[in-house]
Ligand binder design. Sequence first.
Ligand code: UGA
Length: 426
Amino acid sequence: MGLTFAAGLSRLGHRVTCVEKDPAKLHALRHGRVPFHEPGLAELVREAREGGLLRFTDDLAGAAPTASVVFCAVGTPPKPNGEADTSAVEEVVEAARRLGSGRLFVIKSTVPVGTTDRVSRRLPGPVVYNPEFLREGSAVEDFFHPYRVVIGTRTPAAAAVLEALYRPLGAPVVRTDPPTAEMIKYASNAFLATKVSFINEIAHICEYVGADVSRVAEGMGLDPRIGPHFLRPGIGFGGSCLPKDLRALLETAREYLLEPALLQAVLRVNEAQRRRFVDRLEVLLEGLADKTVAVLGLAFKAGTDDVRESPALAVAERLLARGAQVRAHDPAALEAAARVLPALSYFAEPYEAVTGADAVLLLTDWPEYRELDWREVRRRVRRPLVVDGRSTGIAPRLAAAGFQVVEPGSPVRGRAPRAEDSEWLT
Ligand code: UGA
């Protein structure tokens, strides 16, 4: 997020210095390499560097003397109890405090409600909370076409500086106080997560009542009050934001002795999705022990090599635990996945991964998989079964290639629902 934002600001004509503390990442950036997969970002960074507007350092004090604004874009990963760990933000604040007064301090990291006001009390200059809404995989596009800009501050002059900065992007601006801005960020991610769990729940019901969930989503989405987005059922939401932010919001609520039942259910449905997916596969294959399963897609979504909280990895891990051999492929996330789950067999070619498989699982919605030669896949597998965990919409093509296809919402046959599948309802 920090790098996309910095390179985007450079494109708007600003001189930006990025402070990176990880020596390996700094080395890569200084040599013109972006150390992760994000479409269009390498080009944007290269242009900005060549134009002399973007540079990299590990020294905030050295970078900041001439800067009029300091943006804090460090991570706020989850602590074991779900609470957001703001220690990296605290470190940046402390460094900014030592720089003295005179510049605007803007927090872009997702921070618990109340953080910005606390930071304001420690810094001599004005402080703003300005959440970021970039998505991985489309971050560059999102930077240039934001749906909105949220500016949370108690200092009107500071808000005016940021409004001017974002004006070229032409997005609606929401000016508010810091706690409201912080809550807009959490509530937005929690709502997106709710939409996904909602449609997953509907898909689960569709499996029993004979309704087609993709047509249900289409029919719902045409109502502008509902909208067509985030209604694709599958193995659930993952990544470094939606699950983490939902848990952090729940933790904040718990501090006030609140019990947000809907948000708790969103997480429980999300966890159940993965379990149901593996249970269903187990029934289809009449057991998983010693079966060979090909997993296509390991990243938490297409367009990224990020496997943090990836539902695909969670499914793969469960398959291993139940005795399956797992042969895995991903166009970008193989290395990242191998670091966290070395027990899978990894293949650089999808056709190799599917060879000899009793089932092929689509677990990340990479467009590459839609374009596969599925007849060739059919020749290589042991059993022609595809279980689509992402509602890719290619079932007709798969069926034409001779596959049995099971996707979210496909009618359940052959077993009565187990009690544990609906335990969250009770
Ligand atoms: C999310 C938000 O969409 C961004 O606006 C926000 O800035 C970002 O978190 C953040 O807080 O930094 P991101 O985590 O990149 O962005 O990914 P999303 O596109 O939101 O997808 C999250 C997960 O939901 C993925 O695992 C995706 O596969 C899943 N999903 C999404 C579904 O299962 N079904 C859908 O219909 C949509």
